[in-house]
Ligand binder design. Structure first.
Ligand code: SAM
Length: 155
């Protein structure tokens, strides 16, 4: 199984990169998570936000692989417990599925990607900044792995 996080945003501040790496470096090769950065569309005084979202959507669609399961990170999605995430990950692993989790930019995900996603996953009812979403995902994937591995980190 290959897990990928496709996330809008480049040149993250050090605290974000360090926070993400802190958890991802602990994962074994057969449960590794790759972060794929998507260049944000242009925003500004005269820039069209819809066009920016569409450009980000085009870039994400181009990166998706055939047969990859698509999970959209969406505040309005379903909330998963860590146990649910671990069970999902175990099922993906057993079925040999690769998985892409999609994180939108400042204006959210392109509706085409929300439509393409098999599931929408909410991390909380709070709207979170996208850099924090990366760190939370990294920690929760690590926590899910520790749960499956019977490691004391999850207790
Ligand atoms: C700053 S938020 C975008 C807010 C935007 N108004 C929207 O409607 O999506 C950036 C991205 O972070 C992710 N995100 C933010 N809060 C989330 C939450 N509570 N659960 C899951 N994903 C979240 C989503 O992928 C979102 O597209």
């Amino acid at each position: 199984m290959r897990l990928r996080v496709l996330a809008v945003g480049t040149r993250m501040p050090d605290w974000v990169t360090q926070g993400v790496d802190e958890y991802l470096k602990r994962l074994p090769r057969d449960f590794s998570v790759d972060i794929i950065e998507i260049t944000p569309g242009k925003r500004g005084k005269n820039a069209d936000v819809d066009r920016a979202i569409q450009g980000e959507g085009d870039a994400m669609l181009a990166k998706l692989r055939d047969r990859e399961r698509v999970i959209a990170l969406d505040v309005e999605g379903r909330s998963w417990s860590t146990e649910r995430l671990a069970a999902n990950a175990e099922q993906w692993r057993q079925e040999g599925h690769d998985v892409a989790c999609l994180v939108g930019g400042p204006d959210g995900l392109d509706p085409r990607l929300l439509a393409r996603a098999e599931q929408r996953w909410s991390l909380s009812a709070l709207t979170l900044p996208h850099p924090l979403v990366r760190i939370l995902l990294a920690e929760q994937f690590y926590r899910a792995w520790t749960l499956l591995a019977g490691h004391p980190y999850h207790r």
